[in-house]
Design a protein around this ligand. Structure first.
Ligand code: NAP
Length: 383
């Protein structure tokens, strides 16, 4: 908080108020204790008569009537601003998408990337710094990592951390969470704050609005000074203001949920893309949904999808479950077909009730995979 001793008053404006003159005479005797002006320059040597005249025109009290709302002016001038200087590192598809919202909300955006985005940054109202040293010397409040998952570590290591302010806030928006959390904790000195986030939407799905779209965050390491707590809140406020559904959860929890939802979604989208589906004159609603899914996932880079697989330890299990589910479905189909054929071939001569078990239901998400013998037992129970 700024003390009043550092505030220079404007004598000319205030001396016209009648209330001021009353207060001036009241406080005149205490002028030494109450003086609010602490100009660092030595007192001027004025003749006593001029000194007396000048004192009469000085405001010595904070409760003196002001020609405008001086307290609000002081508050606005000296209270910490909620506007942030955000350095977006990785100014590709998603980095630019986020930067637009930051700028719309009045924050200052500095951009840095491997490629040259000078013109794009300029058109959005951001400043582009090809050299990370120049970027860090801007002393941003927040460094926001928007790089591909696979390049995160090398990009973070390329930043000259010593040029930043000591408690700069580091944020990431990677689609996996335990990995960047561990990299941050490994590489960043303890005096930097860490917030791991994942906006659960992208330039396609959040094109029109972010209203009710989930925003996941984990305050991994935040210093307990007010200014550091407020800075994190100011950053989170950006997403609150856009209407996001704010979800605070640990990075580990995020990765578990995301493998079972986001990774499956992207995988299905990419499988369908390989089928080269086309719109028909008789599209059902369901088919339209599939076409949309392909469009949504195809616009993301393969790096992004690969990151979801490689850097989330739960993704492999989901891929195996998908495989099992497809096999089980095929078995179910072929099993029915097999029965129809047998009936045609053998008619009633085949003993009723002696049916071969066909479908092994998958164990619930998160339970360990079944051994082949157990799987057969489940199948028998299910039939
Ligand atoms: P991306 O392919 O995951 O990342 C592209 C960004 O990474 C670009 O800024 C690119 O820089 C940078 N990059 C790639 N390889 C690099 C390398 N070797 N060295 C330095 N920089 C490198 O696509 P994205 O959609 O922009 O996603 C960025 C991050 O946001 C990812 O971590 C992703 O998981 C996360 N995210 C994306 C979405 C989404 O819908 N797109 C949603 C939520 C979170 P240049 O462009 O300069 O080459």
């Amino acid at each position: 908080m700024v003390s009043f001793s550092s505030i220079q008053f404007q004598p000319a404006a205030a001396a016209t108020s009648p209330r001021t003159s009353v207060l001036l005479s009241h406080h005149h005797h205490h002028s030494d204790q109450l003086s609010l002006s602490s100009s660092p320059s030595p007192p001027q040597q004025l003749p006593p008569s001029r000194l007396h005249r000048r004192r009469l025109h000085c405001i010595r009290a904070i409760d003196a009537a002001q020609p405008y709302d001086y307290e609000a002016y002081l508050f606005n001038r000296f209270s910490p601003s909620s506007k942030l200087k955000i350095a977006v590192v990785g100014f590709g598809n998603f980095g630019q998408f986020l930067a637009k919202a930051f700028i719309r909300q009045g924050h200052t955006v500095f951009a840095h990337s491997r490629s040259n985005y000078h013109a794009v940054a300029q058109s959005l109202g951001a400043a582009f710094f090809p050299d990370p040293h120049d970027l860090c010397e801007q002393h941003p409040d927040v460094i926001l990592l928007c790089t591909s998952v696979i390049s995160t570590e090398s990009v973070l290591r390329s930043l000259p951390l010593q040029r930043l302010r000591r408690n700069t806030l580091f944020v990431d928006v990677l689609s996996v969470k335990e990995f960047p959390k561990n990299i941050f904790l490994q590489i960043l000195p303890h005096h930097f704050d860490i917030l791991c986030t994942h906006p659960m939407f992208g330039p396609e799905s959040g094109k029109l609005t972010w209203q009710n779209l989930p925003f996941v965050f984990d305050k991994v390491r935040i210093g307990n000074e007010d200014s550091r707590i407020n800075r994190v809140e100011a950053f989170l406020d950006i997403f609150k203001k856009e209407g996001c559904a704010m979800v605070e959860m640990s990075c580990a929890e995020h990765d578990k949920y995301a493998a079972g939802s986001q990774f499956i979604t992207h995988t299905m989208g990419r499988i369908l893309e390989k089928l080269q589906l086309e719109s028909t004159p008789i599209n059902t609603k369901g088919y339209e949904t599939l076409l949309n899914l392909v469009e949504n996932t195809a616009s993301d880079s393969f790096d992004l999808y690969y990151g979801l697989f490689m850097y989330n330890k739960n993704a492999m299990e989901q891929l195996e479950r998908l495989d099992l589910a497809f096999e089980a479905l095929k078995k179910e189909l072929f099993g029915h077909l097999h029965e129809v054929l047998r009936k045609q071939l053998f008619g009633k001569s085949e003993e009723a009730g002696h049916r071969r078990p066909m479908l092994a239901k998958l164990p619930k998400n998160g339970t360990p995979p079944l051994l082949p013998s157990q799987s057969e037992a489940v199948a028998n129970n299910n039939n």
